[in-house]
Design a protein around this ligand. Structure first.
Ligand code: F3S
Length: 390
């Protein structure tokens, strides 16, 4: 792997122990994956931020580091809302540890924006190289924006944030971004909401595995693409997908399905995932809600009172910008939390069955929260938890 003189100097410890250690991580990853060189990144998104996942060892390691981020960098969701954690029923002992993890990242110059939707913060554009780590964010950056990122682990994303570079391999190279399977969707319902695309992604991810799907027969908008990609990244290992005529690289490169394995998914198969079972809580915002999704929720909840807990998750920056919608939503008794989510927070572990409008949550809630998950449209979710009926 070719290193510049500046990179060599960091590796030799000339800029301190922390940078040396982090450069060793980047060079190690680069060698394993056959990178020829490093590439500068425009931004980083660092996972391994929830105390639920990194524990005491991770906190100790973070606290031992001494450096500052070279590029804009944010965190993945943590185990609780940094401000409203008591209201979420979080144990004070857990909260103390979680706040220590957050301070350790802050000391390293990472922005205290804990979200899986960093693309709403305007830190990336088409063609940018990134070092993002949360699977749905990686999928959105690669597929919907046309930026380039591998799915980084927590330490390698942090290393990229501090050094400002990442090894150039995998999805950073244009030749690795071509489709490897064609998925043809039959019967896309007119006006289907994002949950339908989440359910489609739940099926398509299982079929695709780690191949890059070229999908035809659908015309999703941005929130629908977000849900589709998040689910494919959860049930498969899809870090990039193309939708014919819709996603930017599919339009630039006009990929053909010729010679690819062809799989058909019928609308009936997608519909069969919507079982309408009873639930004892509702969770929305996996991935974190967009401004448009918050507006839809405010409209649906206007004049209603929730009779079951309704948790909604979004980035703090988005919540602050959408103040009016948040007030309307919370007047119903539903709660909008920042910094965390239904999967990384221990708050939802107390329920038996949760309704979600996300294919990714359908896959993760049972394994990560130990609760059953039922998928419904956003309207179904509100209907399941509110009076009067919407
Ligand atoms: Fe985001 Fe948590 Fe879902 S990190 S994609 S809301 S599991």
């Amino acid at each position: 792997m070719h290193l510049t003189a500046e990179e060599e100097a960091i590796l030799n410890g000339e800029e301190g122990e922390t940078k040396q250690q982090l450069m060793e991580i980047l060079v190690g990853v680069g060698k394993v994956f056959g990178a020829d060189e490093m590439v500068p990144v425009r931004s980083a998104q660092v996972s391994g931020a929830s105390y639920k996942t990194i524990g005491e060892w991770g906190l100790k390691w973070l606290s031992s580091l001494d450096a500052h981020a070279a590029v804009p960098a944010v965190l993945n969701p943590v185990g609780m809302d940094r401000i409203r954690w008591e209201e979420m029923g979080i144990d004070p002992g857990f909260a103390k540890k979680q706040l220590e993890v957050i301070s350790a990242y802050e000391r390293l110059g990472i922005r205290l924006e804990c979200t899986c939707t960093p693309y709403y913060l305007n830190i990336t554009e088409y063609g940018d190289h990134l070092a993002w780590s949360e699977s749905s964010a990686v999928s959105y950056a690669n597929s919907v924006i046309g930026a380039r990122t591998n799915r980084e682990g927590g330490p390698s994303a942090l290393a990229a944030a501090i050094i400002g570079k990442t090894p150039k391999y995998g999805l950073h190279l244009v030749e690795n971004r071509k489709p490897g399977i064609h998925i043809q969707v039959d019967g896309e319902p007119k006006g289907a909401d994002a949950s339908w695309y989440g359910a489609l992604g739940y099926l398509a991810g299982k079929i695709s595995g780690n191949r890059i799907p070229l999908i035809s027969g659908i015309r999703p908008g941005r929130d629908q693409l977000k849900n589709l990609g998040a689910a494919m990244a959860a049930t498969g290992a899809v870090a990039l997908y193309h939708v014919q005529g819709i996603t930017p690289e599919a339009r630039v490169f006009s990929f053909s399905s010729e010679g690819l394995e062809n799989i058909v998914i019928e609308a009936d198969e997608v519909a069969s995932l919507f079982t309408g079972e009873q639930v004892d809580a509702v969770a929305i915002g996996c991935p974190h809600c967009s401004p448009d999704e918050l507006m839809t929720l405010a409209t649906l909840l206007d004049g209603c009172t929730v009779t079951k807990p309704v948790y909604i998750f979004a980035a703090r920056d988005v919540i602050e910008r959408e103040n009016e919608h948040i007030r309307k939503i919370e007047r119903s008794g539903a709660r909008v939390y920042a910094d965390t989510c239904m999967v990384v927070s221990p708050a939802l572990e107390r329920y038996d069955r949760i309704m979600v409008n996300s294919g990714k949550a359908l896959s993760y809630v049972p394994t990560m929260c130990g609760a059953g998950a039922v998928i419904g449209s956003t309207k179904d979710c509100i209907r399941a938890a509110c009076t009067p009926d919407v």
